[in-house]
Design a binder for this molecule. Sequence first.
Ligand code: AMP
Length: 430
Amino acid sequence: MSNFPSLGLPEILVRAVHDCGYTTPTPIQQQAIPVVLEGRDVLAAAQTGTGKTAAFMLPILARLSSTPRPRAQAVRALILTPTRELAAQIEASFRDYARYTRLSALVVFGGVSINPQIAQLKRGVDVLVATPGRLLDLAGQKAVDLSGVETFVLDEADRMLDMGFIRDIRRVLQLLPAKRQNLLFSATFPSEIVTLAQQLLHDPARVEVARSGTSPSQISQRVCLVNKGQKKDLLTDLIKDNGWFQVLVFVRTKHGANRLAEQLSKSGVPALAIHGNKSQNARTRALAEFKAGTLQVLVATDIAARGIDIDELPHVVNYELPQVAEDYVHRIGRTGRAGAAGEAHALVSADEFGQLAAIERLLGRKIERFTVPGYVQTENPSDIPPPERRGHSGRDGAPGRNSRRPQGQARGGQDRRGSGGQRQAPTRSR
Ligand code: AMP
């Protein structure tokens, strides 16, 4: 069985992935890392959840850290990705993997002020993670020098296509030097992607991970640490920004389900709650709409969700973590699309750290953390009572009698969409 050093990665990166809790490379990493290290172009069929980010990031970092930056302001690796959420996640992975290198990264996307991005680019970054629109804006203002790009990554190419970015991608390609390494990642290969791959890649190594039935290991799981009072805004943004449909959201109480469904609907995201207090009629109607795709979000308690006979939901959100770790596995087991990996997101506030630790112990690994610009965890976990002192809530009912809101816990969305510039600082590793 291969391990990270045997793939040819330097010790500073092996140490970083071990810090992340990875012991064995995933199949996509085993296949891709050696060929990317060789400098070859790669065509990879891989979905989210397979470990594809590390599959391209680690060998890129290995190559960049082995040679000095030739020009102060030139970007050396460009990663193009469809959404700002993905862009932020990739940059977070960079921070994890590059922590023992001297490399820097910057993430740029629209919707936030462009000036801090311009200032950071002037100072020079090794790795630029970008969404196409903002990258082209920066290029239009001559604020980014892409003429020194050594490796170009097109991530989630099929999703780029779905989102109408194909022309933007072609414009970006014109800004890159002719001699470069290209890596294309896509979950599916419609004809436009095949054509693009033929034009973009030179004698690519083909890397593919076998699809099989959905199991928890194939579900992409992510945790966003967030203040309790910001969860509803974060959920609304995630659903709207990523265009999620058929989202099953788990909450702990019936009352919480009603309130969240109402809040989502008010924010323009059609949602209904199902739980034990709803009439059979109301439940049946909500389910029918949800299955038909006309209802975007279903907010459910664990018990009510057992009656949902849809096995292949694209998105499951743990709005509140369950008290029993095994319930987490049942909840996320509802995701998956036609054998493809589904996405399970958990919004975790400081008072749920004990439950999160229990879930990670059960899974035997740490779940990837992700951040969304404007949402930062500022609650102090030391203000929160340890899990064993907290009450055990009723599964599908009112909170347990010992249940109480932790003291000193911030409520309200004080950090929401703060300056907009807070994620713009390049992350330079130690
Ligand atoms: P990705 O497909 O890049 O979105 O990664 C999916 C998840 O797998 C993320 O939570 C990663 O942190 C995690 N991951 C990536 N590589 C490994 C590995 N070799 N061992 C364990 N977890 C990993």
